[in-house]
Design a protein around this ligand. Structure first.
Ligand code: KG4
Ligand code: ZN
Length: 336
C-alpha cells in the first residue's frame, strides 16, 4: 500500500510516499530554519505563511520523485496534532482537500506517533510492544508502545522538553537557533567534568522529567561569569550539558523499562540525533542485554516519511477521518 504523508506541525513543510509503512519511496522536506533563525526561534505566523506557499510544490515534488500520480496512492495521511495551530491547519486543510477530491481515505496521525514510526522505517523487523523514549523540541516522553496504534505514557516532562533545554542553553552561549546540534558538535571535543550541573529530583511520578532547573542553572552560570568578566569554556560546558541531559534521559528510561519489564527499547524525536543521547542509551541497553533501536539520523528531525509510515498502521487499524477533521494544538498520546 502506498501512503502519501504530509507534515506541517512546526517549521518544516514535508511530504513523502511510503510503501507498507516501511519503505521510503520519496521524502521531501522544505525547512524554514534560516528564516526563523534571525528571531531566535519559530515565529508561528511566519511558519503558517511559509507552509501555505510551500505545501503544493512539496507534495508535487514528493509525487514526482516517486514517479507517481495522486491516483496511485492509497491514502493521504496528515499530522493533525500536536503543534502550532496555524501551521497544522495548512497541512490538515490541504490533505483534506486532496482526500475529498480523489476519494482516498484521510488518515490522521499524531506527530509523536510519527516520530516513533521512524524506527519502523529504519528497522524492518521491529514490532511492538516496546518502550520508547521520545525527546524532541516540544516533548520528552517515555511511552509504552503497546501495539502499532496503542500507547501508554509512562513519564513526561513537567516543564521544558529536552530539545528546548538544549536550545535555550545553546542560545545563552550564543549559538544560532536551533542550538541542540551546535552543543552536540562542541561537546565532541569538550571535557564534561569541568562543570557539575544539577540533576532534578522530581516528586511524584519517578519517570517524569524536569529540565527547567538545568536550563536556569546554565543561564545563571553564564550571566554570573559575564558580570564578573570571566570567560567560560563553552566547549566544556556543552559537553557537561550533553552528558547531563543524556544521563537523565537514559536513567529514567532504563528504570521505567526495568520496572515495567521491557527488554526492548527505542529512541525517537529530534533529540535522538544527539550523539551523547544515542551513545549513552545504547550503552546502557547493551550492558543489560536489552534490544535497542534508534532511527537513522536523517529521520530524527521532522519529516513526512514518519507520518506516512504511521499513517499506514493507522489505516490498517481502521483509523481514518472524515471532512470534519480539525487540527489540535495540544493532544496527549493517550487521547488518540
Ligand atoms: O522532533 P523535532 O525535529 O521537532 C519537534 O517535534 O519539536 O525536534 C527538534 C529539536 C530541537 O530542539 C533541536 O535542537 C533538537 O531537536 N535537536 C538536537 C540535535 N538535533 C536536533 N538536540 C541535540 N543534539 C542534536 N544533534
Ligand atoms: Zn517533531
Amino acid at each position: 500500500m502506498l501512503i502519501l504523508g504530509i507534515e506541517s506541525s512546526c517549521d518544516e513543510t514535508a511530504a513523502s510516499i511510503v510503501e507498507d509503512g516501511r519503505k521510503i519511496i520519496s521524502s521531501v522536506i522544505s525547512t524554514q530554519i534560516e528564516e526563523h533563525r534571525k528571531y531566535g526561534g519559530v515565529v508561528p505566523e511566519i511558519a503558517s505563511r511559509r507552509h501555505c506557499e510551500n505545501i503544493l510544490p512539496v507534495v508535487r515534488q514528493a509525487l514526482d520523485e516517486a514517479n507517481l500520480t495522486l491516483s496511485d496512492v492509497d491514502a493521504v495521511a496528515v499530522t493533525y496534532a500536536p503543534g502550532l495551530i496555524g501551521a497544522l491547519l495548512v497541512g490538515v486543510s490541504f490533505a483534506k482537500g486532496l482526500a475529498m477530491t480523489t476519494g482516498k481515505p484521510l488518515v490522521p496521525v499524531h506527530h509523536i506517533a510519527g516520530h516513533i514510526a521512524t524506527n519502523y522505517l529504519t528497522h524492518p523487523t521491529l514490532e511492538p510492544p516496546y518502550l520508547c523514549l521520545v525527546a524532541s523540541g516540544g516533548h520528552s516522553h517515555i511511552i509504552e508502545v503497546l501495539s502499532y496504534t496503542k500507547y501508554r505514557v509512562v513519564g513526561r516532562t513537567r516543564d521544558d522538553a529536552a530539545g528546548e533545554c538544549f536550545d535555550k542553553c545553546a542560545r545563552a552561549m550564543g549559538f544560532p537557533y536551533p542550538g541542540g546540534v551546535h552543543i552536540d558538535k562542541a561537546a565532541q571535543s569538550g571535557d564534561p567534568t569541568e562543570f557539575r550541573l544539577p540533576r532534578p529530583v522530581v516528586a511524584g511520578n519517578e519517570f517524569d522529567f524536569s529540565f527547567s532547573g538545568l536550563k536556569t542553572s546554565v543561564i545563571n552560570l553564564i550571566h554570573n561569569s559575564q558580570q564578573k568578566g570571566i570567560e567560560l569554556n563553552f566547549t566544556n560546558l556543552s559537553a557537561s550539558i550533553q552528558t547531563t541531559i543524556s544521563e537523565i534521559l537514559t536513567d529514567k528510561t532504563i528504570k521505567a523499562a526495568e520496572s515495567l519489564g521491557y527488554k526492548k527499547i527505542a529512541l525517537a524525536g529530534g533529540v535522538s540525533a544527539n550523539s551523547g543521547v544515542r551513545e549513552t542509551l545504547s550503552r546502557a541497553c547493551e550492558k543489560r542485554g536489552f534490544e535497542f533501536y534508534m532511527p537513522d539520523k536523517k529521520l530524527c528531525g521532522d519529516n513526512a516519511a514518519m507520518i506516512a509510515s504511521q499513517g499506514y498502521y493507522n489505516l490498517c487499524a481502521g483509523i481514518t477521518a472524515d471532512e470534519s477533521l480539525n487540527a489540535i494544538a495540544t493532544l496527549s498520546m493517550e487521547e488518540i
